[in-house]
Write a protein that binds this ligand. Structure first.
Ligand SMILES: [Zn+2]
Length: 408
């Protein structure tokens, strides 16, 4: 199949939508249930209509455009156009733009889908306003979101109030469950990491969305005077924590390149300038490609920290705060994406997704695939997010070819 290789239309969409909620420097703020996102959705609605797609918005504010063709459950493709405050033009939005461009290219090439092809712009993937990430895709997957009714933004507006401003009723969210009616889901996203750019590869074929383990660690020491307690008589909880974190960093460096461990929060008690810390708590975010791999990380963390606690005379407890299972990609879809890249002359590499996406929630229900395009310097959630027009268009063409396979 011959596909137009001119990125002009796609690039005009990227810059056009980027002006809605735009700060003039590439930065964009389009948060959930705001006038800016509403204007973004109006823009998307116009693109759907230009392509002759039928438009529908569900009870969660997800915006769909369907190429009504063939029969059977539709193939769904998309991502999100909401952003973090002062985010960029690519995280999320590029997946929607490339869905549009893929449909435009397939229509131009005379592709006749044997099943409907539907684009989606998910509501509130970032969750920046109400701390409700992947809101729309979770509603679509049938999750019970009733516990979110008390979420408020910085101005004290509740989520149900913000939804009411869009003419959406929080109580009717269960009606957004739609995952049972679709046949497959594809999402293109910027990598949000440096691998593709550094290796000069066009396409990342996602193999799995990694498992995420959350731990909270606490060392118990003894508070005492900073001046009168000799160094060898101390049971300093913060020194023990620092030692433990250092040893974990040394260990993780010996593990698979795709295993990650991050300490993001650390607190000492009582927190006095001249008091030896009596306790120190910190968090661990650990990620690995499977439940088995993440369980191995947890075992090692517990073992290392227990021995560090013993050495310092500061007993250590490790509490698990959350475990999000890995979400595997459908192997046939990964193969289809890889074949699509080869057919387009694009280079591709298989890689896990270290971040969660809307696909994390749709994937457990239907065959799911994801592809990445390069992110300049691996930067995202930042006005400096950038992917070259040619790289964006390569992603759109590969997506188009994969969609042609899935709807052919
Ligand atoms: Zn995103």
């Amino acid at each position: 199949m011959e596909l137009d290789r001119d990125p002009g239309t796609l690039w005009s969409w990227i810059t056009g939508l980027g002006e809605i909620g735009g700060h003039g420097d590439g930065g964009v703020t389009r948060m959930a249930w705001t006038p800016e996102l509403r204007a973004g959705n109006a823009w998307l609605r116009e693109r759907y209509e230009e392509l002759g797609l039928s438009v529908a918005e569900d009870a969660a504010g997800n915006l769909f455009g369907t190429w009504e063709a063939g029969e059977g459950p539709p193939v769904l493709v998309g991502s999100h156009i909401d952003t973090v405050p002062r985010g960029g033009r690519f995280d999320g939005a590029l997946g929607v733009h490339c869905g549009l461009e893929a449909v435009r290219l397939l229509q131009q090439a005379g592709h006749a889908p044997r099943r409907p092809l539907r684009i989606v712009g998910w509501m509130d993937e970032e969750g920046a306003r109400f701390k409700t990430p992947t809101f729309g895709s979770r509603a679509f997957a049938g999750h019970d979101l009733s516990g979110l009714s008390g979420q408020t933004d910085d101005e004290g507006v509740t989520l149900p109030e913000a939804m009411a401003g869009w003419g959406r009723d929080f109580e009717r969210l269960p009606e957004a469950r739609g995952v049972d009616g679709i046949g497959a889901y594809l999402e293109l996203h910027i990598e949000q990491g440096p691998t593709l750019e550094e290796r000069a590869i066009d396409i990342g074929v996602v193999t799995t969305i990694v498992a995420v383990l959350g731990l909270r660690v606490r060392f118990e020491g003894v508070a005492n005077h900073a001046g009168t307690t000799p160094m060898d008589r101390r049971r300093d909880a913060l020194v023990a924590a620092a030692d433990g974190i250092g040893r974990l960093q040394e260990w993780i460096a010996t593990q698979s390149y795709d295993t990650r461990l991050t300490v993001g929060i650390i607190e000492a008690e009582p927190g006095g300038f001249n008091v030896i810390p009596s306790a120190c708590e910190f968090t661990i975010d650990a990620r690995a490609v499977s439940e088995t791999a993440v369980a191995a990380v947890e075992r090692e963390v517990r073992g290392v920290l227990a021995s560090v606690g013993e050495a310092h005379g500061t007993p250590c407890t490790v509490r698990r705060t959350h475990l999000i299972d890995a979400v595997p990609v459908d192997p046939a879809i990964a193969d289809a994406i890889e074949a699509a890249a080869a057919a387009d002359g694009a280079t591709a590499v298989r890689m896990p997704s270290g971040g969660g996406h809307d696909a994390s929630h749709v994937g457990p229900h239907v065959p799911m695939g994801m592809l990445f395009v390069p992110s300049r310097a691996g930067i995202s959630h930042n006005p400096l997010e950038h992917t070259e027009p040619g790289q964006c268009h390569a992603g759109a063409r590969v997506l188009a070819r994969a969609l042609a396979t899935l709807t052919g």
